[in-house]
Every structure is written in C-alpha cells, then in structure tokens.
Design a protein around this ligand. Structure first.
Ligand code: GLA
Ligand code: ZN
Length: 673
C-alpha cells in the first residue's frame, strides 16, 4: 500500500515548485543554501521538464535531474517529483499533431504554451506512459523521493477536446454507460427538436451549433471529459505504484476555483494517495480569506476529512488576473496558516525562485527578483520557522461543525445555457452561504448530496439544481432523524440527465420542505423583492422569486410586493424529528444571517463566541493534542477566549483564560490535556 503522507517527511511540508532548469547550475548551490536558511522541507521538481528529460524522441537526459535530486537530498530537502506529462515536447507534437486539442468550433490549438493535450489521443497516452515509466525506473529508489506528482492541474486550461479521437472515445463511453442508443435517446430527450439517433456512430461531441444544443449531451460530455482525464491519471498512477511501491502519488487539484469547474473532485479524491490543492487569492473585491477558507474546507472534504497538502499558493502577487496586488505584510503567513488550520499538513508555493523569462515572470516567488534583502524573503524565513514550531500538528484533523452540500455535476448542469435567469449563479450562492457560516465562526465540511449527513446538526443546500432521487431521500431521512436543513431556491429541479423531475418542483425535495413551487419568477436587473418577517421586519432579495405553495410548511417571511406579493418567501417545515427551511429569493448577507440564526437555533448549535467575524477560529485535533488556530484578519488586536490552558506554539508563551492575537497575527495554542 502506498503511504498517505510524503515519504520521509517528518515535519510540515514547506517549499515550492522548484524549476532550476531555468537557471545555470551555479545558482543551484545558492538555492539549497537559501532553502536551508528558510527551513524548506520539500520541493516539487520536474513538473514541466519533459522537453529537457527527452530532448528528442527516445533520447533521454537524466543527468541534470540526478545531480539535482542528489543535491537536494544532501541538503535534507524531500522531493515531490513531477512526471512532466503536462508539457509534451515539440518533437512529440510535430510527430503527432492530432494530439493538440480542438475547440468546439473545430480550431486546433498550437504548441507553445502548456497542457495543450487531447486526453483521448493514443500517442499521447503511450508517450506519457513511457516518460513516466522511465522516471519511475530511475528514481523509485532515490533517497530524496517523497511523492510523485502526476501531470499538473488536470482540467485547466483545456477541460475538453472535440476532435475525432474524442468523438470515437465518447461513442465508446456512451455505449458502456448506456448500453443501447435508445437509452441515450431517452436520457437526452432527443425527441425534442428531432435529435433522435439510430446508431452510436451518429453521435458527436457537443460541437458548435447555431443555437443551444442538447443540454443532456453537453452534461454527459463534461462527465466524459472528466472521466477521460482521470483515466490518464490512473494510467500514470498505476505505473508509479507498480515501479515505485510505497511512494504516494498525487496530482494537484484546484478545488474551489470557479475557473476550474470541469473536474469532479469527489471522484478524483478517491484516486489519489494524498489530496493536494493549489489556491490563489481571487482579488475581486471580496474578502479573500473567506474564499481561502472555503477552498481549504472543500479540499479537506474531498480528502474525506484526512490531512491534505497545500501544494501551491503565492508569497505575494500573482500574474494572471486583471489586477494583481501584492500581499500585505503578514498576509502570506495568515494565508499559509489558514490552510494549515483547515487540515493542510504544510504550505507550499508556486514557486521557489521567481523566473526571469517566460509567461509567469511577474508571479511572486519565495526568492523574489529583488533577492533576499526583501520583505517577501524575510517573511518566507519567518514562516519556515513558524511551520517548524507547528510540527506536531501534522496528522491531526479538522472537523466541520456543519455541512454544505456540493456537487460538481449540479454545477455543470446549471451552467448550461437557457436557464430562467443568467443572474442566478449557483457558485455565488455557495459562496454567500459559506460566508454567512464563516461569519458565525462555524467550520464547514462539504458533502456530496448522497453522503451520510447524520453527524451534522445543520446541513445547508445553497443551490443544488441537479439532485437525484437518492439525494432527495438522503436529505429527507436526515431531517426525519432530527437534522436541520436549509435549502436555497432552484434546488432539486432536475435529475442526473438534466430532465425536470416529474410532478411539481422541487421534485425530490417536496416532502422534506412541505411545499411545491408553481412557477419561478426571476427579477429584472436592479429589481428588488421586499419581504416581511414574523415581527414585521423587512429584508430584500433580488435576482429570483417564486410562487411557493405551502403543503405543510409554515410561512415565515412573505413577499410584500411584486408579482409574488402575498406568497411565502421563507418557509419552515417540521418533519419527523427535524426541521427544513426554504428560501425562495436571493438574500443578501443580512438576510442570510437572519435565516441561519433561526436554523442554528433549531439545530441547537451553541451560540458562537463573541468575536469579530474576521477573527478566524479553527481547531485541529489528533493524538498529539488539540490545537486552536486563531487568525486575526482585522486591523485591531483581539482577545480570544480559551476553554483550557495551553501553550502558544509560535511564541512559546503559556496561555490561560484567553489569548491576545495582535492585529494581522496568527496564534496557535496547543491545549493542555
Ligand atoms: C498554477 C500552476 C503553476 C503556476 C501557478 C501560478 O497553479 O500549477 O504551474 O502556473 O498556477 O500561476
Ligand atoms: Zn481530442
């Protein structure tokens, strides 16, 4: 069995993508000296190095990588070794131009960037298997090897290819999924617009069409493309398991990035030995640390609650958004320790030394262009020391207080064309509900809609358009057995084939919510829906309203005006031992807070500590003890109450009663006992 933590690593992982091939070997000596100075414990090597390892077809040059791994080993740095298959060399493409992916409009991409790969292409698969085999044969027994890093960020920048090989592959996938072409017709509803097929050979990928194509076909193509990438991951992983037994295999995810929505990480999480994630701050004006926390919680959930590893984030600014601000002093440490608080056994970066050339030269690094007499470098060294003092945190677990249901398939389905309103974005609702829970200092586990929910007092369903009958039965049983459920509008509408559930909306949620919905009535831009509460108070929603018909549920908030005036806006239904809330409009932060306030009472969740919302509190627990992480994202000092005495690990000070967390600082208390 492969290990589930990096082999030979006894401390938290700290380091980054190390691309020394961009530098003369004389620089390597300085690199390892600086790595020692900063306390680097692991680096990722060779992710994009195929063209250097196999400069021409069948001619290999491993000399530089041998020297590099030896040097890292001599300096006590563990290695996460890339298989390099995300960057096939130019000779490969000149021999196999059809390995370049094709867009829905039939345009074939050119060589000259990265990850331009048709994952159905047999020549790519063979070449990837070959270079992986050679790397495994050569380095399986190298003492520096800690884990294998297959490919890089599957799904970006190309998530699906529409070429002829993919067409043939898709037809086989459909055959094995559906058996007969009539089952495809049934599932896709091809009676609509006369799309009926009589032979698998007639079916193409959802290529460019004059108007909206078949949504179920598009949804299945997403499943197919995801499964195809996963086949290639599994192919490399199995080679590595065979030739390099015991060494864990990973590929880096990007769990919560909306730009990377094409990968079903629930399925991928089951295939890797260690879940690893990359996270970059999305600077769209929202609180970046909330999105960070969400990414970390989602990654931990994909790992089934086990420790995972942050394989990439940035020391400061990145370079692929429209505007890329530098991080503020202390922000890097807050970010890194924020991931650790939520289950990461380390904090790694893209990348070690900032590139002088190439597409990412303005992306920050651990060793910046400005060298070591810089704030970034000083903070890197400081972070290395902090992580070192947190070594015993390794292996402990973060547990969620509440669950949020999350399903990539639903996200895919809902983002297809021609929905009731383009202003409703399921991801926006997930973010908004997450933020409302974060503000109450509740730690969130994400759960698949069919997963066991029984340990959670509260389960939130932000926007789950696609829900199977099984998912409906799951949440219904959860409530019957005493759970508290909160469901937001446009959930439970279609089945796994994007077909509307029979009967009234919201199909499999009708019973648990005690209502039906006659019609959706999305609002025009700028329009608000005023709603009034039980005590006469007022709130406003936007984007969406509905004609809700209570069938057992009590009406708590009512639409005060507009087309839906007098109809329920927020309802509450008792079922068995539990309670289910439903909200049919898009509430802002204030409304969500009010709604969650009641739900939290129903769920009998203890009121949260009286702390500013941006003082983050998270616990990790395990054999070595319980660790309270307090991260102060505010500009004022904060006092955090402690339930037991303990030792603050970053300062070494004893703590009792409460701990002072200075503005912008992080404190980690290991509680006695
Ligand atoms: C991704 C990739 C890295 C690098 C970083 C920074 O996460 O995995 O190779 O490109 O982004 O942009
Ligand atoms: Zn293809």
């Amino acid at each position: 069995m492969p290990e589930t933590t990096p082999t030979g690593l006894t401390r938290l992982a700290f380091g980054g993508d190390y691309n020394p091939e961009q530098w003369p070997e004389s620089v390597w000596q300085e690199d390892v000296r600086l790595m020692r100075e900063a306390g680097v414990t692991m680096v990722s090597v060779g992710i994009f190095s195929w063209a250097l390892l196999e400069p021409t077809h069948g001619v290999y040059d491993f000399g530089w990588l041998d020297r590099l791994l030896d040097l890292l080993h001599e300096n006590g740095v563990r290695v996460d070794l890339g298989t390099s298959t995300v960057a096939p060399p130019v000779w490969f493409y000149r021999e196999h131009p059809e390995a370049l992916p094709v867009t829905p409009a039939g345009v074939r991409y050119e060589f000259g960037s990265r990850a331009a790969i048709c994952h159905s292409n047999a020549d790519y698969r063979a070449a990837a298997a070959d270079i992986t085999t050679r790397l495994a044969e050569r380095y399986a027994d190298h003492p520096a090897l800690a884990m294998w890093h297959v490919h890089n960020e599957y799904g970006v920048p190309v998530s699906a290819c529409y070429c002829d090989s993919c067409t043939a592959h898709f037809r086989r996938w459909l055959e094995s999924t559906y058996g007969t072409v009539d089952s495809v017709n049934e599932a896709w509803g091809t009676a609509f617009w006369g799309q009926r097929y009589t032979d698998f050979e007639q079916i193409n990928p959802p290529r460019a069409t004059p108007t909206v194509g078949n949504p179920a076909q598009a949804l299945d193509y997403k499943r197919f493309a995801d499964a195809t990438m996963r086949e290639n991951f599994v192919m490399e992983r199995d080679i590595l398991h065979r030739l390099s037994p015991g060494i864990p295999v990973t590929t880096n995810f990007m769990t919560a990035l909306s730009q990377c929505d094409s990968v079903d990480y629930w399925a991928w999480g089951r295939e890797v030995d260690i879940v690893t994630n990359d996270h970059y701050l999305i600077t769209d004006g929202r609180r970046t640390h909330v999105n960070l926390a969400m990414a970390a919680d989602l990654t931990r959930s994909v790992a089934g609650g086990a420790p995972w590893l942050l394989l990439e984030h940035s020391t400061s600014g990145i370079n692929w958004q429209a505007r890329n601000p530098a991080k503020a002093p202390g922000q890097m440490a807050r970010n890194s320790l924020g991931h650790v608080a939520r289950g990461s056994d380390g904090a790694m970066f893209f990348q070690w030394r900032q590139s002088r050339r190439g597409a990412e030269k303005f992306h920050s690094a651990m060793v910046p262009h400005g060298g070591t007499d810089t704030r970034v470098w000083r903070e890197v060294v400081e972070l290395g020391a902090s992580l070192d003092s947190l070594s015993t945190v390794r292996g402990t677990r973060t547990q969620g207080d509440v669950a949020v249901l999350w399903d990539w398939h639903s996200w895919w389905a809902q983002n297809l064309a021609w929905r009731p309103s383009e202003d409703h974005d399921p991801r926006e609702r997930a973010d908004a509900f997450y933020e409302a829970l974060y503000d109450r200092h509740l730690t969130v586990d994400f759960a698949h809609p069919e997963a066991d929910l029984s340990r959670y007092p509260l389960v939130v369903v932000p926007a789950l358009y696609l829900m199977t009958e099984a998912a409906g039965r799951n949440v219904t049983a959860y409530v019957e057995n005493g759970g508290t459920l909160v469901v937001s509008f446009f959930s439970g509408i279609v089945d796994e084939h994007d077909a509307v559930h029979e009967g009234a909306y919201p199909g499999p949620l009708r019973d648990v919510l005690g209502l039906t919905i006659e019609e959706f009535s999305p609002l025009l831009q700028g329009q608000l829906a005023r709603i009034t509460g039980p005590d006469g108070s007022e709130l406003a929603g936007d984007v969406w309203t509905e004609f809700v018909v209570p069938r057992g549920a009590e009406t708590v908030w009512t639409y005060a005006d507009g087309l839906t005036a007098g109809h329920p806006a927020v309802t509450r239904n008792r079922l068995g031992e539990g309670t289910a809330w439903y909200v049919s409009t898009r509430l802002g932060a204030e409304g969500l807070d009010a709604l969650l306030g009641w739900a939290v009472e129903d769920a009998r969740i203890a009121p949260h500590v009286d702390l500013p919302r941006d003082v983050e509190l998270v616990r990790r627990t395990g054999e070595s003890g319980t660790y309270l992480f307090a991260i102060n994202h505010t500009a004022s000092d904060a006092k955090v109450p402690l339930e037991a005495h303990g030792t603050e690990l970053l300062t070494g000070e004893r703590a009792a009663g409460r701990i002072e967390v200075p503005a912008g600082a992080v404190r980690v208390v290991r509680l006695d006992g």
